[in-house]
Structures are given as C-alpha cells and as structure tokens.
Ligand binder design. Sequence first.
Ligand SMILES: Cc1ncc(COP(=O)(O)O)c(C=O)c1O
Length: 483
Amino acid sequence: MKLIYQSGKSGRTGAVLPSLDVPQSSAVPSVLRRSSTAGLPEVSELETVRHFTNLSRRNMSVDTHFYPLGSCTMKYNPKFHEKVVRMPGFAELHPLLPQLRHGGTLTQGALTVLYETERMLSDVLGFAQTTMQPMAGAHGELTGVMLIAACHKARKDFARKVMLIPDAAHGTNPASATVAGYTTKVVPSDPDGNVDLAALKELLSPEVAGIMLTCPNTLGLFDPNVKEICSLVHGAGGLCYCDGANFNAIVGRLRPGDVGFDVMHVNIHKTFSTPHGGGGPGSGPVGVCEKLVPFLPVSRVVRRNDGTCALEYNYPESIGYIAPFYGNFGIILRAYAYLLTLGRKGLVRVSENAVLNANYIAAALDGIYDRKYKRTCMHECVFSATKQVERGVHALDIAKALIDRGIHPPTIYFPLIVPEALMIEPTETESREEIDLFIAAMKEIAELAEKDPERIRECPLTTPVKRLDETAAARKPDLSYPS
Ligand SMILES: Cc1ncc(COP(=O)(O)O)c(C=O)c1O
C-alpha cells in the first residue's frame, strides 16, 4: 500500500479554501513565516477517503472482529454513545468557557454530566467521592498511590516507604508506585492463584504504606480472602488500593469500597464501554473513602445550593493538579450514557454475562489447553500453551494462527506467573455463535499443533506484514518514508 505522500499529483487538492483576507505581512510575524511549502500530501478528497478507509481495514477492531484481549475488556461501544459525544453542545465546548456567570449556561450541561457521572461512579464503586481527572488506568493508579502518600504524610507517618504488590499484578502497578516514590515488594500467589496470606503477614511492617490489589485478579480469579487481606493491611497501618481494571467482572454485584478498599481506579474506557485498543483514549477515575477525600486532586466538580455545577479548586490539602480542565470529557460522557442506558439491573447483567461467557470458554477448552488454576473464573479465563510447546508451538504462534482465522489474539505476555499464557476475555457483548466460532478455531489450532506444528509456526499468512521483530519495532521504529 502506498503512503499518502506517494499518492496524488502536484497541485491536486481535496479542499477549497477561501483566499486569505488579512495581509500576511501584518498578521504573521516574519520569524513565524514559512519559507517553503508545508510539504503536505496533494491528494483529492476521494484519494484521501480511500487511503484512510483502506488503512483502517488493515487493522482489527471490535467493530470488525472478535477481540478477546484479556485484561483489556474490549467490549462493544454502542454507536449511540458516539452520537451523544458528537452533539454540538458537547463537541464544540471550549475548556476555557466560563463555568457560572457571563455565559456559564454554555458549560452547565457538561458540568452536570461530570457531576452526575461522579455521583453514579461513587455509588457503584462504594466510595465517598471520585475524582474524574485521571486520563487512564495507570494515571489513576499514580493518583491513587499519591493519595495514599498524602494521607500518611498528613498523619506525620514518614516511615512508610514500601508498597506491596502481588506477583500477578499488571506492570503498571509497580511502575505507578515507583513513580510516586515508593519501593515495591512482591507478594507471591499461593497454588490456588490467591494472595499467599502467610507471605503477606511476613511482609507487613511499619514501613508498609499499602497494598495494590487487583480485584478480581489478573489470573481472572476472585480472591475469597480479599476482606481479610484488607484488614491485615489496615491492622499494620497501611492502606488498600484496588486496581479496578477488571471491574467488568463484578460491576453491579460488588462494591470494592464495601469490602475494605480505601481507594480504587476504574478504567471507564473498559468497563463503561470505550474499548481502548491502540493505547487510547482513556479515563481512569479514582474513588476514595471518606478519609482520603481531603487529598483528592483539583479540580473537583460540585453541585451548589442553587443547583448549578462548578469546578472547585480551593482545597488546601489536595495533592494538586494531575490533569487540566474536565479530564477526558469525551470518555466520561460515553460512560455517562452507558450508565444511564443500563441502570442498576443492566450493570448486574453485564458482569453476570461477562463471567458466564468466560466460564463457557474455560469449560469448552479445558484439557485441550492447560489451565494452571482449575477454578470457576471471573470475566476472563487464562490458559497456558505448555502442552502445545511440547510440539514446538508457543502461545505467540497460536496468537498468530488466530489472526489468520479472523480473530484478534488473546493477551499472551501477561500474567507473568503463567508460562505461555493465553488470557481470554470474551466480554458480555459477544453472541454465543461468535464465541463458538472462537472455540472451534482454538480447537482446530490445537489439533493442527499436534499433527502438523509447522503450519501453526508459519502463521500469519493472511496479513499485510508477516512476523515482525516486535522489540525492534518498538525500540527502533523506522519512521521514515521513501521520498
Ligand atoms: C490489570 C490492569 N491494571 C492497570 C492497567 C492500566 O490501565 P490503562 O491501560 O488504562 O492505563 C491495565 C491495562 O490493561 C490492566 O490490565
């Protein structure tokens, strides 16, 4: 496929612009004036449309393919949400528009959305308040750990320098704790995939600031000791952080604030329907219990006695700014639409069906692929390709073979404690027929791996590019294009 710079012809254009009606000499200072052309592609509108349409068809997305990428909750985002975010009253708002007086009515709609989403999230998470500012799950983690640090500091407890993190955790957990100034200690999992309670007790000390626990965990399992873990950490003076990336498994059925967590982020771009493939956009609101409220970042959205909503900044104990203006408003608005559309009963059905679908796959593929933890799973089931490795076929090869069968691969590089992991998250938005097709594809791949492993190792055969050196692609990207 050609680059857009290689298409078109000199002088061709897809837009008709009005002629400049300001003298260039007065409008643009000479230092800012360009001495050569901008070097933009010269293409017609049709060439542009074809280029980008064809480019998009080389990718996989939830709109085009089954996308069971574990830990990412790539659920379908209803098109109605797109309609809502494109309403001109929202889409054309400028973040600097005044909030209250002098035309404040222009922003009251957006502020009300922000306020009401904050209230609904606090309710479903079981917390006193929620900051809507963080721009992703990892950003929420950093915010949450900074809140824990602010709380210890306010109590003049300066000795707490350690954050405990289970070995099943996502890499962003230790990264966030480190960026917030903590050293991290790993809590091992027990043979059932739960936190090893004896090991946790050993690690607890007056140096421990808290624990970051993913609930349910990244093995797709619900730790039945979660309440005990929280009370053990509290007993040692620490605070409990819940990584809510897997909230889809429990939404509407369990409120993390009720089982002892003090602070939690929720990836609303996962649970509340804006799948975040390709790295964004995201939003990771952080809910907190009463004692952490004073430290929440600014701005905070409040509703005043006269019914108007506003962003407030005057909180002396706040950790300060972590993001400007309204947070990632488009994602928050989609979550608002999602929450209102589903209501309480709808949210319960989300988690029930997400868990049912994952267990359906777990049962259908059990024995064909190894499962390290043979328990009822939550919203995702984690297999291991250890059996296939005996025939020289790795999880990576299975992932590539799935692409050839029109299916986005599951997560394979994580969780780290499962060798050759295949972390499958079907979500509640897929039909049984689609899931059956996936199961059939996985069975066929396992059969072929047994009989003719080379056929799996040579996949993918249907993609525009075959196997890439993924490390080099990330570390030494070739961003040049032939002129
Ligand atoms: C368990 C877990 N925690 C945290 C994150 C980070 O979330 P985000 O990608 O929104 O920064 C992820 C991302 O997939 C995750 O799976």
